[in-house]
Design a protein around this ligand. Structure first.
Ligand SMILES: Cc1ncc(COP(=O)(O)O)c(C=O)c1O
Length: 450
């Protein structure tokens, strides 16, 4: 290792240990050259290198400063004894952080002019062209004019809760459980919502029809594959039935395809593909397969709803940041996205299979669990006498972290005996041991209750 590289390593270690934080002034060139007993030029070279990596910046006549905090603990996260079935972000090890960094660096040059002004509410035209091509692979055939780039798919879902729909109705039908940000949107907007339970065999179609018929449903919010938290994926015939019912009772469908990219089975198209006429509003997220912090998602709207949605999006944040949109366009066009997704599909398919097998091998017969083909999640249903929170506390003392699903229910559906497991943060080798510990914990708690 060259001398200036050694100095870079030392500075980085100090930043990682928290000795240097965002905005900290770095030692002067003279001080460092004395400390390392080397020439000033060596220190200058180290600083220049750090600056070219955008890690430090210079203030003329003042000195060098650290741009941002270094990630202190994250790299060590999940190493060691800890088994984290709780965190639901994407698998850190598989994330294309460096690749995306290159795209961001390119985007800041390529989209320089766009950065100096407000941009299109609907999203960069060039990105929407690219997204229209990308969506074809998911059997979503739409012109760019129907696509809105949003600041995370949650933004679209949130705006749709209050938006007027062409059917003039106001109530919402929602799977139970469902992902908790949507529950928060319903609460915040004081929307009237009717739940339909998702079990390991799907939903009860008679109940769905009853709800559609009796309750003036504006839209049915559905995660059509890799449901959060059950992992359930609807079959094609179920999707067709949902579309038929929606047509019969003039209900819109808001299809959340947040992990559609992870589909590995053939001919498993989204509900949108069964009715592209405009009754199905499609949303897609880039959080689970790319980086959640980017806040990038899209929605496909019928022509009749574009005007209202544009106004709502404008009132919400004017538009999604140009820099991340530009970087996503570069990432998609370069082919990096496709290569990355292929890899992710394999990773999650394998992890999910290991998790299923471990549940089968170790969980006691008193519990049931959802069958999940791929994706992140499964739910474990404890016997009603056991409280999930008690088990969660017990397990945390053994360094196994699991979530409950309490905030994923409407009040009248609330359940306190459900565990949600996410495999995204757990190394595949640790999954069986983690499930074994959960199984032991269940047995111990069951004994205590007797
Ligand atoms: C089912 C589901 N839909 C949507 C979202 C929100 O995704 P985004 O980060 O794109 O807003 C999540 C986030 O966890 C989710 O679980």
């Amino acid at each position: 290792m060259k001398r200036y590289e050694e100095i870079i390593k030392v500075i980085e270690r100090r930043a990682k240990q928290g000795e240097l934080t965002a905005g900290s002034k770095l030692p002067s060139i003279r001080a460092l050259s004395q400390e390392f007993n080397c020439s000033r030029n060596t220190i200058i070279k180290a600083y220049q290198e750090l600056e070219s990596r955008h890690l430090i910046y210079t203030v003329p006549k003042s000195g060098y400063y650290l741009v941002g905090d270094y990630p202190l603990l994250h790299d060590d996260f999940n190493k060691g004894a800890k088994i984290d079935f709780f965190s639901a972000g994407p698998d850190r090890s598989g994330m294309p952080y460096q690749d995306f960094k290159h795209c961001l660096n390119q985007a800041i040059e390529l989209y320089k002019e766009d950065m100096f002004m407000y941009s299109e509410v609907q999203g960069l035209h060039s990105l929407r062209d690219t997204l229209a091509r990308h969506l074809r692979d998911l059997q979503v055939f739409v012109p760019p004019g129907r696509i809105f780039v949003v600041s995370g798919s949650q933004q679209a879902l949130h705006l749709l809760v209050k938006l007027p729909f062409p059917n003039g109705k106001t109530n919402i039908c929602v799977e139970q459980p469902t992902h908790n940000s949507f529950i928060e949107s319903l609460k915040l907007e004081k929307a009237t919502a009717y739940g339909i339970e998702v079990t390991s065999s799907g939903i009860d179609f008679d109940r769905l029809e009853h709800l559609f018929k009796q309750h003036e449903i504006k839209f049915f919010y559905i995660t059509s594959r890799f449901h959060n938290p059950t992992g359930y994926s609807y079959s094609n015939s179920e999707k067709k039935r949902i579309v038929e019912l929606a047509q019969k009772y003039d209900v819109y469908i808001v299809e959340d395809d947040y992990m559609g990219d992870l589909e590995f089975r053939l001919k498993q198209d989204p509900i949108f593909a069964h009715d592209p006429s405009g009754r199905v509003i499609y949303t897609k997220s880039f959080s689970k397969v790319l980086l959640p912090g980017l806040r990038l998602g899209l929605t496909v709207l019928p022509e009749a709803m574009k005007k209202h949605f544009s106004l709502a999006k404008y009132a919400s944040d004017l538009h999604t940041p140009v820099l991340t949109q530009g970087a996503l366009e570069i990432y998609l066009k370069s082919g990096m996205y496709d290569a990355h997704i292929k890899n992710m599909r394999e990773i999650y398919k394998e992890k999910s299979a290991i998790l299923q097998q471990a549940c089968e091998d170790y969980l006691p017969s008193s519990v049931t669990y959802s069958r999940s083909l791929s994706g992140f999640y499964i739910t474990i249903f404890l016997p009603a006498s056991l409280k999930a929170n008690q088990l969660i506390n017990d397990l945390s003392r053994e360094n196994v972290f699991v979530g409950n699903a309490e905030n994923m229910f409407l009040p009248e559906f609330k359940k306190d005996h459900i565990l949600r497991l996410s495999v995204s943060h757990v190394e595949k080798e640790k999954i069986p041991a983690g499930v074994q510990k959960i199984a032991d914990g269940i047995r111990r708690l069951s004994c205590e209750k007797k």
